[in-house]
Design a binder for this molecule. Structure first.
Ligand code: 4AD
Ligand code: MG
Length: 477
């Protein structure tokens, strides 16, 4: 007989049919009631092992963490807490589990910090099962959203010779010997002898290549891993993260904002519809975590309420200049509560972003028109000559979740800006060619996938929404 997934047994109205279920034991009660989980859903299946169906020696190994195959009948449950259970006729032990050493005993609830150290096993907890099912759904919804709108999924390179953000935060990719690399006559490392015949890095963004695609296919998006060697040891930064980057020909900054807002609402609505059980569990987890905080730091909305709110309300749209004015006239500024100074020209710090979304507007905020000096070379210069058509979306509890812009499509302006910012124009002839051969206005953005997963799951540390986080001084597993 074929294996039936626990999710489908629990969703099925029928009873009194035979099944084979396989999974990992979460707990055993009274030597008889086994809580079995196979990851297909949050809930465990209760397996009833009446005396005699398992020999004494095997019964010793029916413990939390062991894996089993159960043959039996789905019956209505007389006990509380479950509608149906499986009355086992045979239980085959697939894999033993050393109870002394297994770190996931139900007795004491492990902390998220501890679970990070055993990230190879944390999938087996309710919290991480829920997080990774929601993460999956979000990824699926991303593709569905763009597919429904006729976008082409473009696979941009992971190894690249260009620094798309011009921020110099790249990981080098090389096959040269670290101890004795070939040298040029003047003693520098000779990258001509490297695998690609030049210096290469892991990509920080697929945007530049996505722009090339958009200049023919009109609407493209990327969804892939990106890498940043920034030494930010925060709960919002990873060295390896996944980014979604749509790029659309003929779109201006307003179209770009509309697309980003519709996109975020769509993927959240998708999980609200398809991951209700997991989200409700995560909402409860968050409630418990919030209760440990002082009153004034607790969020006003529960997780489900927050997600519904975001789906049902328009994002606030303001300019950078307006944002600075809001900050300057805020009680927080007047009472000198901000650690960093506020004045026109600064890069908004996370305390400023959080003030805007959490205290002032109390909803996601799209900020446009940033000073050109704090943004990347490719952003379109506004008529005032000092701001660019940039947009950041700030989300409650997260800060920046999206960064994007209308791109500078005018060759002269772009060349001027690249020279000012020391971006190599000759090497990037291919980027400039799009401005030479039929340039058009276009715009795009990048959404940090893990920041989205943080927002939707209500988890608070980005290390807990990617299976195996890469952060400074850590590349375990
Ligand atoms: O604002 P960023 O740097 O923008 C770009 O890379 C553009 N090329 C995107 C584009 O226009 N196509 O990054 C975009 C988003 C941020 O808003 C943030 O959500 C996420 O990527 N991000 C990170 N997420 C996790 N860890 C990090 N170290 C991140 N750096 C950026
Ligand atoms: Mg940014």
């Amino acid at each position: 007989m074929k294996r039936t997934k626990i999710a489908s047994i629990l969703a099925n109205e029928q009873t009194d049919y035979d099944v084979v279920v396989k999974g990992w034991i979460r707990s055993v009660r009274n030597n008889q009631f086994i809580a079995l989980n196979d990851g297909s859903c949050l809930a465990n299946l209760q397996v009833v092992a009446t005396a005699g169906i398992v020999d004494e020696e095997t019964m010793k190994h029916i413990v939390a963490g062991a894996s089993v195959a159960v043959t039996g009948k789905v019956v209505a449950s007389l006990g509380k807490g479950q509608r149906v259970e499986v009355q086992a006729s045979t239980i085959e032990l697939l894999g033993k589990c050393d109870n002394e050493q297994y770190p996931l005993q139900l007795k004491n609830k492990p902390s998220l910090e501890y679970l990070r150290e055993i990230a190879h096993l944390r999938f087996r907890t309710n919290t991480f099962g829920a997080v990774f099912r929601v993460r999956h759904s979000l990824a699926f919804a991303v593709h569905r959203f763009f597919n429904e709108r006729g976008f082409v999924y473009l696979h941009t390179p992971i190894v690249t010779a260009s620094d798309a953000e011009g921020a110099g935060e790249m990981f080098r990719v090389t096959t040269l010997s670290p101890t004795a690399p070939p040298l040029t006559e003047d003693g520098a490392v000779n990258y001509k002898e490297d695998f690609f015949g030049r210096c290469t890095n892991l990509t920080v963004s697929g945007q530049l290549e996505a722009e090339l695609g958009a200049m023919a296919l009109s609407e493209v998006y990327t969804f892939g891993p990106t890498f940043r060697a920034e030494n930010s040891n925060t709960a919002r930064h990873l060295a390896e993260f996944w980014m979604i980057e749509p790029e659309v020909a003929f779109n201006d900054i307003n179209d770009n904002m509309d697309l980003a807002e519709a996109f975020i609402k769509y993927v959240i609505q998708y999980t609200l519809t398809h991951n209700t059980e997991d989200l409700q569990f995560l909402a409860q987890r968050l409630d418990e975590e919030e209760k440990l905080k002082p009153m004034n730091e607790r969020s006003e909305m529960g997780l489900m309420e927050k997600l519904q709110f975001v789906v049902n309300n328009e994002f606030e749209r303001i300019t950078y200049t307006q944002a600075i004015d809001v900050l300057l006239s805020s009680p927080a500024y007047k009472k000198k509560k901000f650690q960093y100074d506020v004045q026109w020209g600064i890069d908004l710090q996370s305390e400023h972003e959080r003030y805007l979304v959490e205290k002032h507007f109390k909803k996601p905020v799209i900020v446009t028109g940033y000073p050109k000096d704090i943004k990347a070379f490719y952003m379109r210069l506004n008529d005032d000559g000092k701001t660019v058509a940039a947009m950041d979306i700030l989300a409650p509890g997260i800060g920046e979740i999206v960064g994007g812009s209308q791109r500078e499509e005018r060759l002269d302006n772009l060349l001027k800006r690249m020279k000012e910012m020391h971006i190599p124009t000759e090497e990037m002839y291919w980027y400039l060619d799009t401005r030479r051969f039929g340039t058009v206005p276009h715009a795009g953005f990048g959404l940090g996938f893990e920041r989205l997963v943080l927002f939707v799951t209500g988890m608070t540390n980005i290390r807990d929404v990617i299976p195996f986080p890469r952060t400074p001084k850590n590349a375990d597993f």
